[in-house]
Design a protein around this ligand. Structure first.
Ligand SMILES: [Zn+2]
Length: 326
């Protein structure tokens, strides 16, 4: 059976929820589509993840404007993926003067941002509606940390009555993942380091390191989290649920990749082996069939000793898909 490439057959709109999590923190979620987070202070506003296009960002801006007319001064890119960053220019008109990212994310944009933009536009036609409004790559103007993981290099931003702390907690979904943390309200904006009841895309991941990074997030003891995909989770037990969900995905996937290499399977064999262990647990979640072949490709590579994820291009996407999903 042949499956439509990536999310090309997924054209039905998702229901958007804009939800208050604490005194200053909000979640913009959409049934498994990429989420954004919003922190609203007395002087200014920070948005965590900018949506896929300036046209798509208009809806997020409209939601924010039902609550506050303060400038949206800060846009955080939690990582380099196009669906997260290419909407950033829309916030300029709303007062954005700082586009924040980690050193690792900056390097990845320079190295592979252009290839990733082309590849993701093909994968997600629905998320890239209005793609002609994208002016080009989004370049950070404020770099957090020096590339080493940990809170010691964090950036603290006072938005007026609320402080947001931003740092690179370690690799996982990419090697530049950045989080936003509002300590006083125990709210975590994790980007794609954490997902819940949606596909965990690991095509560009550092799978070996990811579980330890999740434990670093757990040690914050958040009482609410805006994951990269899936609903916002409220209460410490539910935050743990999201962390456990993501960790389970990553660990089963990578274990299967390593087993495939030990058994000297080829990539197709690795896919079949991984399906046996992943389908029964995760086969029902949104965007599973889109993610799995990219995930298996990366797990197989990393288990084979390829530390730096190979760059996905629109051509490589199609080649891989034809071999694994048709
Ligand atoms: Zn991502």
């Amino acid at each position: 059976m042949s499956k439509a490439f990536a999310s090309q057959a997924d054209l039905a709109d998702k229901k958007i929820t804009f939800e208050q999590l604490s005194a200053h923190c909000w979640a913009y979620t959409a049934e498994g589509d990429p989420n954004s987070g919003v922190v609203i202070g007395e002087r200014s506003i920070l948005v965590s993840d900018a949506t896929a296009t300036p046209a798509m960002a208009q809806d997020l801006i409209a939601k924010i404007r039902t609550i506050s007319d303060k400038p949206i001064q800060y846009v955080l890119l939690t990582h380099y993926h196009a669906v997260r960053v290419l909407g950033a220019s829309a916030f300029k008109a709303e007062g954005a003067s700082d586009i924040i990212a980690s050193q690792g994310t900056y390097e990845l944009i320079a190295e592979r941002g252009a290839a990733d933009m082309k590849s993701e536009m093909e994968r997600f036609p629905r998320l890239f509606r209005g793609a002609d409004s994208v002016p080009g790559l989004t370049w950070p103007t404020l770099i957090v940390g020096d590339g080493k993981p940990g809170r010691q290099g964090s950036l603290k931003i006072d938005l007026g009555g609320v402080v947001v702390e931003i740092w690179y907690p370690g690799s996982g979904h990419t090697r530049g993942d950045t989080i936003a943390w509002v300590e006083a309200e125990k709210v975590l904006f994790s980007g794609d380091l954490v997902e819940y009841e949606a596909g965990v895309y690991t095509g560009d991941a550092q799978l070996e390191e990811w579980p330890a990074t999740l434990e670093a997030l757990r040690s914050l003891q958040a009482t609410a989290i805006v994951p990269g995909r899936g609903e916002a989770m409220k209460g410490a037990a539910n935050v743990d649920k999201a962390l456990d969900y993501t960790k389970r995905w990553v660990e089963i996937l990578y274990r299967c990749g390593k087993e495939a290499v030990v058994k000297k399977l080829d990539l197709k064999g690795a896919m079949a082996h991984t399906r046996q262990h992943m389908d029964p647990v995760f086969g029902h979640v949104f965007i599973y069939e889109h993610c799995l072949p990219f995930d298996v490709s990366r797990a197989f590579d990393e288990a084979s000793g390829i530390k730096n994820p190979r760059i996905w291009t629109a051509e490589r996407d199609q080649e891989m898909w034809a071999s694994l999903q048709s």
